[in-house]
Design a protein around this ligand. Sequence first.
Ligand code: FPP
Length: 240
Amino acid sequence: MAQENIGIPHHIGIIMDGNGRWAKKRFLPRIAGHKRGVETIKQITKHASKLGVKIITLYAFSTENWGRPEEEVNFLMRLPKEFFNAFLPELIENNCRVECIGDISKLPEETQNILQQAVQQSLHCTGLILNFAINYGGQQEILEAVRSIAQDVKSGQLAVDAIEIEQIEQRLTTARYGELANPDLIIRTSGEQRLSNFLLWQSAYSELYFTDVLWPDFSTKDFEQALLAFSKRQRRFGKV
Ligand code: FPP
């Protein structure tokens, strides 16, 4: 499928869910599910890049995930190192750029460094953007935008009457993606049907696709099925 194919969404958000259940079904510790989930990321990224998808935003760690057992949080914080050590050269070879949204300043220093290095080393890549939402929360993102607007009003730089949708959009972490900021499609695996604080503002007109497949089992075929479902949707953006 060619890049200009209108059936291919430009920006896809993915809520990678079901790692724990995948492991439980196999009598394995939850972290085994996350480890396997990382392999799925590699497969889907490569496939999406081939299909001409422009941005994939992966919900890798939510602001609520800190409430998980310490051992699991520590494991999740070590995953980026394993992932990028093994996969960054291939990502770069495939012209994929790594980016992050969310407050990574609260992550362990080593995790921050690994992420920053991946971002820096892939800066020159012009193909698919692999955007990790880490320590990300949609409500917090909107809250930060509102605070920044309030500051600008307080300092006299912005009039209350001049606050429009754009003033919020410009202050979201996805602002750098311009017209691609809002995902065309959001996929959630594992049968749960909710957004769980993911890209709340940006998902206003996203097509939502839910599948029972657990993230570690989510194959390129399952991905194509989601794309096929997307291509059959009629996007009206509130119009007739
Ligand atoms: C959901 O499964 C998955 C997560 C909360 C974490 C997924 C994150 C990764 C695979 C890390 C990737 C990050 C990088 C930078 C490589 P769950 O544990 O909620 O599953 P359950 O609902 O079945 O318990």
